[in-house]
Design a binder for this molecule. Structure first.
Ligand code: SF4
Length: 62
């Protein structure tokens, strides 16, 4: 599974970083993805972070 942040619409709310710091981190006022492949053990957390993004800026690819 892969995760991607569309920085053009990211609001910088940091919700994704709080929900899943294994995958997301802030880069200035935008979130970015730390890992090319989401580790299996954090897939659920990562999906929850994507669902919780107020800008719907996170996309998930299987
Ligand atoms: S939750 Fe969404 S809007 Fe907030 S920092 Fe993460 S990607 Fe950006």
């Amino acid at each position: 599974m892969k995760a991607k942040v569309n920085q053009d619409i990211c609001l910088g709310s940091q919700d994704c970083v709080n929900a899943c710091p294994e995958v997301f981190k802030m880069e200035g006022d935008k979130a970015t993805v730390l890992v090319a492949e989401v580790p299996k053990d954090v897939e659920a957390k990562c999906k929850a972070a994507a669902n919780g993004c107020p800008a719907a800026a996170i996309s998930i690819e299987d």
